[in-house]
Write a protein that binds this ligand. Structure first.
Ligand code: ASP
Length: 633
């Protein structure tokens, strides 16, 4: 049955499963309740309830709570906290003296176990802001399970702004904060649902693949691991790409893995040297099949509290994404589109436009940013242009301001005929206070610069308090029909893979690969969410001759390093394809976090270090000798 056809059944099963899971949860709760009926055993740290659970119907119940001391007042009131919430504890007058010995000067964040009786809070003392604000627990017995140092580096309060480096250095404390608790719990829930969708509903097999591997050709970004064999190194895989293809050869026709991947990309603000992918591969599948499976997987695992997402996701070709948005991962929440205005300047004598027009792939592109001029200074604009031009030298950018009379003002176009200027104003639909960026250059260079400006202008307006993008909106988008190869990013001659060397050409372009490889479209697709690439995949080359040709003749890499894969393709390899979702980024977007570090329990800092354990660290001379390492500093 096709995936689409299965949808109804999936949802029926989903409903049933959720009901079953619900029952299981109730049983589990009962179990937990039963196991905590022995509250007075000091050595037994079980609790009867969480700190966020008790309500008026629980009044008169004997309870045991465990948690962290959040607050203490007058030696009479304590607030006990765990992930589920906070409960007020009251020391009865007749116990005050006995208890005060324990709680006087007891540092916040000490761990307590409290046995007490629930009572309704006296009239006028209820707290509507707390879930448990209608009750309090009258303490009968209190045990300090662990006394906290009085000198914690920061307080565990959400509103407390703590520097990220310090948070990372004491990550175990940071994890106590509500935001991280919420993110990590959401992550666990989504992974569980993904596993359920893939394993239980679609018979995917979860297979673990090695993290000690060998270097992949062209993969300059891999970490190397020394071995005991002098001069021989393992590499940490950038992804399980080769293994999942080998599993297809092995007949595991539906594979997935929550896979740890490693890329040594140096210091990058929002990248992690190790990150997690939901890695998927299927045999006998086409692009359509993978896309539909992914959509249904995402929808199955989608957190209910984030609203409904509608399927199928919107699709856009690479060509359209680059032409209209200047990016292969457009943020479609922003309406601003890039417009080709080359025809308007064809017959003008404006030098900077003239020198690109009429030449191969030369064009003039424009981007109107509504209301931008009103909110930003010339200095802002200049610095946005400078950073948008980074790494692209051959493009001229000019700015046109729209004055109060809604006309274009710029030295550059002052010599333009009045009628031409009017036409341009009409085409760009300008109004007061807008600002227009124009970029003249070759190929997609002007688009790329305007694409960057599109985003940085939105960021700047948002930093000034304007709502440009709807933060509660989730815009999924498939970008497809990528070129198979792109000019090398390092500027050297030749081509590199737009996705990776194993990606298959578009079926209509297979022959073109031998004549005009730069014109071949691929079977590569990326999943984009609010302008973030959250996944990417492709249908793979399963013919070893074609794979060898791509590696040797187009990418100019050494095929010897991939002999094992080429041999496998020759051993009865089924047609196959797959995708990997970047779990960290996906979750960061869902959680509305600016950094992927906020959805990772123990992330590395932006320069790849662990401020807590101080990794990477020195090793002893013995270790160096064992691994034949000598270090030059
Ligand atoms: N292995 C690829 C990546 O990490 C994803 C895929 O093609 O399935 O980007």
């Amino acid at each position: 049955m096709s995936l689409g056809g299965c949808k109804q059944i999936i949802f029926a099963v989903r409903h049933l499963k959720q009901r079953l899971l619900c029952c299981r949860k109730i049983c589990f709760n009962n179990l937990r309740f039963i196991s905590t009926i022995t509250p007075d055993k000091v050595s037994y740290t079980a609790r009867s309830h969480t700190c966020g659970e008790l309500r008026l119907p629980d009044v008169k119940k004997d309870v045991v709570l465990c948690g962290w001391l959040q607050y203490e007042r007058f030696g009479l009131f304590l607030l006990l906290r765990d992930w589920h919430g906070m409960t007020q504890l009251v020391i009865p007058e007749d116990q005050k003296d006995v208890m005060s010995e324990k709680i006087t000067n007891l540092p916040f964040e000490s761990v307590l176990r409290v046995h007490g009786c629930v009572r309704a809070r006296p009239e006028g003392q209820t707290n509507e802001k707390m879930n448990t604000g209608e009750i309090e627990v009258v303490v009968k017995d209190l045990h300090i399970l662990n006394r906290c140092t009085p000198r914690l580096p920061f307080e565990i309060k959400d509103f407390f702004k703590v520097k990220e480096l310090l948070r990372m250095q004491y990550r175990y404390l940071d994890i106590r904060r509500h935001e991280l608790q919420r993110n990590l719990r959401l992550r666990s829930k989504m992974v569980m649902k993904m596993r359920q969708f893939l394993s239980e509903l679609h018979e995917f097999v979860e297979v673990e693949t090695p993290t000690l591997f060998r270097k992949t050709p062209g993969g300059a970004k891999e970490f190397v691991v020394p071995s005991r064999y002098a001069g021989k190194f393992y590499s940490l895989p950038q992804s399980p790409q080769q293994f999942k293809q080998l599993l297809m050869v092995g007949g595991i026709d539906r594979y997935y893995q929550i896979a740890r991947c490693y890329r040594d990309e140096g210091a990058k603000p929002d990248r992690q040297p190790e990150f997690t992918q939901v890695d998927i591969e299927m045999s006998f599948v086409d692009q359509e099949g993978i896309m539909r499976l992914t959509e249904e997987l995402v929808s199955w695992a989608w957190p209910e509290e984030k609203g409904v997402i509608s399927l199928p996701f919107r699709r856009m070709t690479y060509q359209e994404a680059m032409t209209k948005y200047g990016s292969d991962k457009p943020d479609t929440r922003l309406d601003m589109l890039i417009q080709d205005v080359s025809d308007m300047f064809k017959d003008t004598n404006i030098e900077m436009f003239h020198k690109v027009l009429g030449k191969d792939s030369g064009s003039v592109q424009a981007l109107r940013v509504p209301g931008f001029w009103k909110h930003c200074s010339n200095k802002d604009i200049e610095s946005l242009i400078t950073s948008a031009k980074k790494g692209i030298s051959d493009v001229n950018v000019v700015v046109l301001k729209i004055k109060d009379d809604a006309s274009l003002q710029s030295g550059v176009i002052k010599n333009m005929e009045e009628s031409g200027r009017k036409q341009l104003e009409k085409r760009l639909e300008i109004s007061d206070g807008d600002l227009v960026f124009m970029a003249a250059g070759f190929a997609f260079d002007p688009h790329t610069i305007l694409g960057r400006l599109r985003l940085s202008c939105a960021d700047l307006l948002e930093s000034k308090g304007l709502e440009v993008r709807d933060k509660s909106r989730f815009d999924f988008l498939w970008v497809h029909e990528f070129p198979l190869f792109l000019p090398r990013e390092d500027g050297a001659d030749g081509l590199e893979s737009a996705h990776h060397p194993f990606t298959a050409p578009h079926p209509d372009d297979v022959d073109v690969i031998y004549t005009h490889p730069e014109m071949v479209r691929s079977q590569h697709y990326d999943l984009v969410l609010n302008g973030n690439e959250i996944g990417g995949g492709s249908i793979r080359i399963h013919n070893s001759d074609l794979q060898r040709y791509v590696i040797e003749n187009i990418l100019k890499e050494n095929a010897e390093e991939l002999e094992h894969l080429l041999e496998a393709l020759d051993s009865g390899c089924p047609p196959h394809g797959g995708i990997a979702l970047g779990l960290d980024r996906f979750l960061a977007v869902i959680c509305g976090s600016n950094s992927i570090r906020d959805v990772i329990a123990f992330p590395k800092s932006h320069d790849g270090k662990d401020p807590m354990s101080k990794a990477p660290a020195d090793i002893s001379q013995d270790d160096m000798d064992r691994y034949h390492i000598s270090v030059t500093r």
